[in-house]
Design a protein around this ligand. Structure first.
Ligand SMILES: O=C(O)[C@H](O)CO
Length: 339
């Protein structure tokens, strides 16, 4: 990325702007490997520092960098930060934020759409391939019974030549299509707006104006839309019943885009063949023995779509670029406005 010549220096004054982060390390903390880069531009304040010395710290905070949706941004926090100018999110989905509330405090927001697209597309393809070839089941068999050939009828489904239906053809969806093309898949897609003809041709994708047509034809349905009031439970009982009984549903967007109860039933009754989910609703699932975790024809991963060393570093770079732009009063490359 280019930081467009921006730095804290261009803001005048020698002091680095205060950047509030949840914690350093840990489940919801920024990575140790990003510290040196962040410290070049900001004075880092963790939530612990902030809460221990609220009066002193609150004036220093000019930006917040959210890592895995933390810290939680609520009215109380916003009211306690008089100099807050910008919040940068370490990912593309902003459904965990009340954008209107944040904007009402005059605070700008940014996401990281560029940094996440390749790693998330790779996760989608990894889930597709793993589910098609029953890799997780195979791994469990190898661990519990040894690596001798498994039963003759332990069969997966072929990916080459199969039809992939992509729901949501934004940056990530398009990168999935590029990958699927290399697997010689037939590609259908549905999107609010149709892609340009050259873009469709470049990946060999056919537009389906109606989701139903895509659902009826696809062997693999990959959900890549962001979570909005319009996409909540977009794929429910009716949609699963339209799918082929041999089809696989893959979700790398947000859990709530799929009606999870309907999915459990569809998997138990053979309405669809299998599912592969990187996201669930809620996250984490409340109980270890949740029905979804017990089904044989499902793969679930713990929302690891973006989690590569390169992508996470690029996300931090994209966040810094946006924060510095906001603090310098120049256009932010990935500003998100409340709709
Ligand atoms: O939204 C994203 O980019 C990922 O799901 C991480 O939250």
């Amino acid at each position: 990325i280019s930081l467009c010549g921006l730095s804290h220096g261009t803001m005048g004054g020698g002091e680095l702007p205060g950047l509030l982060v949840n914690e350093i390390g840990g489940r919801h903390g920024i990575l140790h490997s990003h510290l040196a880069f962040l410290k070049k531009h900001f004075y880092l304040i963790t939530m612990k520092d902030f809460l221990e010395s609220k009066e002193h710290m609150s004036k220093k905070v000019q930006a917040i960098y959210l890592w895995w949706h933390k810290p939680v941004i609520d009215r109380e926090l916003l009211q306690s930060l008089p100099n807050l100018k910008v919040i940068a999110n370490s990912g593309v989905g902003m459904d965990h934020l009340d954008l209107k509330l944040i904007a009402s405090f005059g605070v700008k927001m940014a996401n990281a759409p560029h940094a996440v697209s390749t790693s998330t597309a790779d996760t989608g393809m990894a889930l597709l391939l793993a589910s098609a070839r029953r890799l997780v089941e195979g791994c469990h068999i190898a661990i519990s019974s040894g690596t001798e050939h498994c039963e003759a009828d332990f069969l997966g489904v072929e990916v080459t030549g199969a039809t992939l239906g992509i729901i949501g053809m934004g940056r990530i969806g398009y990168k999935i299509a590029l990958r699927a093309k290399a697997f010689e898949m037939k590609i259908l897609y549905h999107n609010r707006t149709r892609r340009k003809e050259q873009e469709e041709q470049a990946v060999g994708a056919t537009y389906c104006e109606k989701i139903d047509n895509l659902l009826q034809q696809a062997d693999f349905v990959m959900v890549v839309v962001s979570l909005t009031p319009q996409t909540r439970k977009l794929i429910g009982k009716r949609e699963m019943e339209l799918m082929k009984p041999t089809a696989t549903l893959i979700n790398i967007s947000r859990g709530a885009v799929i009606d999870q109860e309907a999915l459990v039933t569809a998997l138990q009754t053979g309405t669809i063949r299998a599912a592969a989910l990187d996201v669930t609703y809620p996250e984490p699932l409340p109980r270890l023995d949740h029905t979804l975790l017990k089904l044989k024809n499902i793969i679930i991963t713990p929302h690891l779509g973006i989690k590569t060393d390169k992508a996470t570093y690029m996300i931090t770079e994209e966040a810094v670029e946006n924060i510095l732009a906001a603090l310098n009063g120049v256009p932010m490359p990935s500003e998100v406005l409340p709709s």
